[in-house]
Design a protein around this ligand. Structure first.
Ligand code: SF4
Length: 559
């Protein structure tokens, strides 16, 4: 074998036999996601992973009993490495014992192929180290049963083939295609990353889509906005203090990210713990400007970023992606106006057909744009049209409390009126959400296809959020105003602009989070999922497009 190639862990050989794509994503792309199965397996292994017993590093003349736990062995010749749960035997005659969670399957071979191959690979490693290993044991903790696996010629050949197959696949720059209609996918911890049915559908290999595996959203962002606040770690909790008094605490396992506004502080142990858990920590200015974020060592998948950078130098790819995103944005703006148009003295109770028609024609023009420059022009005039009519989505004010939300057009840096202050804040929140989502899947949020590269500008986040500006940000602004969640008392207006007060910001963040948790139907795949989860799915679909697995990036539009 090639001596510079990294040794393959035998647990990945097991995954390869289960599904070659799964092994590729785990081994080459460094993807991992916990499922109930993997969590339980990890806990069980923790118990047997403590080294101990009489160690069988090399086989000698010794005829004593061997019973050694957590034995690490490697072989350059075989190209594999393993930590064997238990090696037991006498002198040179030993057998590997591999612990499995769950019950013994009632199949003719005693166990499924991936597990049999894995224990056989461990046996081959022991043989390489001078032992005689003719069989191995799979111990099923769920039913407390031992299943003997004979290392016969057929199994050794299957194991060798799997190692070679994985070695060959891992040298390629694209993962093997997903399994089609396989029952294995339902139990696969990476189904939300792999998206087998979605890719099959987009490649027109299947007509129906099974409902996507949607992770339970039981962790949420922690927002800390008081400037006197300090976040520290206490065991498995994050404690928020003000003037050394505890004002709140949250469990780290219930936290999906930490968002710090202004100059509130965070202890180094708390930062370390967040980074260890790959929890993003985001810094926003007190006025709500997205300053930056940190996230442990980040995603290790270099292939994804390589594909992104390569595509970003291709003008046609940039234009195709940008046109799709801008068309989707205009369509979603049009839908928002159509759905939320309010009756007023100045207009009827339905969005004027001329306006809807003009936006439709903007959409078509965006689709025909021959350059990113042309597209910028089309986007600009559609945005002007949209914002000229934005005020018609705000309810005619009923009382003094809800008055003060007049809007005559977009202004920013700084915003000069409450509606613009809300819009700017909502867009900053959306950029942050997309930056976190893109970083989490391994994309570089700073290299975009439509927005120009500029130091510190998350260009890809700005690209990807385009279709979601109306659906998430503008929609939250309209809802928060129309429901009276923010009133004019929630703004501080000075000669330097208009900004949300702490109470107003708190109320708006709650409305924004509610919107992210709201479920929508995916227009292409037809299943329902929250906006928060949708961002991740769209980001992963972008990767599949950039790596050439699907021909088009499906943008998100609502009807
Ligand atoms: S979801 Fe299915 S195709 Fe994708 S990695 Fe898992 S088993 Fe393989």
């Amino acid at each position: 074998m090639n001596h510079t190639a990294p040794l393959i862990p035998v647990r990945i050989v097991n995954e390869y036999v289960y599904c070659p794509r799964l092994a590729y994503m785990m081994w080459v792309q460094g993807e991992f996601a916990h499922s109930a199965d993997t969590v339980e397996g990890k806990i069980r292994h923790k118990r047997v992973d403590k080294p101990g017993g009489r160690h069988p590093e090399t086989a000698g003349e010794d005829t004593g009993e061997i019973h050694a736990r957590s034995v690490a062995l490697s072989s350059e010749h075989l190209g594999i490495t393993a930590k064997i749960d238990l090696v037991e035997g006498q002198g040179r005659k030993v057998q590997p014992v591999d612990y499995k969670k769950g019950k013994r399957p009632h199949v003719a071979a005693g166990a499924y192929a991936p597990e049999r191959v894995q224990v056989c690979a461990q046996g081959l490693l022991l043989r390489e180290h001078g032992f005689e290993a003719g069989s191995g044991i799979l111990y099923f903790a769920g039913s407390r049963e031992r299943v003997r696996v004979e290392f016969d010629e057929a199994l050794v050949a299957e194991t060798t083939r799997a190692i070679e197959g994985l070695r060959t696949d891992s040298a390629k720059d694209k993962p093997p295609p997903p399994l089609m209609d396989s029952p294995k996918c339902a139990r696969c911890s990476l189904i939300g990353i792999c998206l087998p049915d979605e890719i099959g559908f987009l490649a027109q290999q299947r007509e129906d889509i099974r409902p996507i595996y949607v992770r339970t959203e039981n962790a949420f962002p922690l927002y800390v906005q008081s400037p006197a606040s300090y976040v520290r770690k206490d065991g498995g909790q994050l404690v928020i203090e003000e003037k050394r008094e505890k004002i709140a605490e949250v469990r780290l396992k219930d936290t999906s990210q930490v968002v710090l506004f202004g100059y509130c502080g965070m202890s180094t142990p708390a930062l370390h713990e967040c980074f260890r858990r790959q929890l993003p920590v985001t810094y926003m200015s007190y006025g709500g400007w997205f300053i930056g974020h940190g996230m442990g060592t980040g995603h290790h998948n270099v292939q994804t970023r390589t594909a992104q950078y390569r595509a970003s130098f291709n003008e046609q790819t940039c234009l195709n992606l940008a046109a799709g995103l801008i068309q989707a944005k205009i369509q979603n703006c049009r839908t928002l106006l159509r759905r939320n148009w309010k009756a007023s003295d100045d207009a009827g109770d339905k969005a004027p057909p001329q306006l809807l028609g003009a936006l439709k024609s903007d959409m078509q023009q965006a689709g025909r744009a021959v350059s990113v420059q042309t597209l910028l022009g089309v986007e600009g005039s559609a945005a002007r049209r949209y914002f000229e009519h934005f005020v018609f989505m705000i309810s005619p004010q009923k009382n003094e409390e809800t008055q003060g939300f007049d809007f005559s057009g977009r202004n920013r840096r700084p915003p000069r009126d409450p509606v613009n202050a809300l819009l700017s804040f909502a867009y900053a929140m959306l950029v942050r959400e997309w930056t976190v989502a893109l970083s989490a899947v391994g994309l570089d949020p700073y290299r975009g296809f439509y927005h120009q590269m500029r130091f510190g500008r998350p260009a890809l986040s700005l690209d990807m959020m385009e279709p979601f500006r109306p659906l998430v940000a503008d929609s939250t602004v309209i809802t928060a105003i129309n429901n009276g969640e923010v009133s004019k008392k929630d703004f501080i207006t000075t000669a330097f602009g208009c900004n949300l007060s702490p109470r107003g910001r708190k109320a708006f963040i709650a409305a924004f989070e509610r919107r992210l948790s709201q479920e929508v139907t995916h227009p292409v795949f037809g299943y329902r999922l929250s906006y928060r989860r949708l961002f991740e799915v769209q980001a992963r679909l972008l990767i599949r497009y950039l790596t050439g697995e699907v021909k088009e990036y499906p943008t998100f539009v609502t009807r």
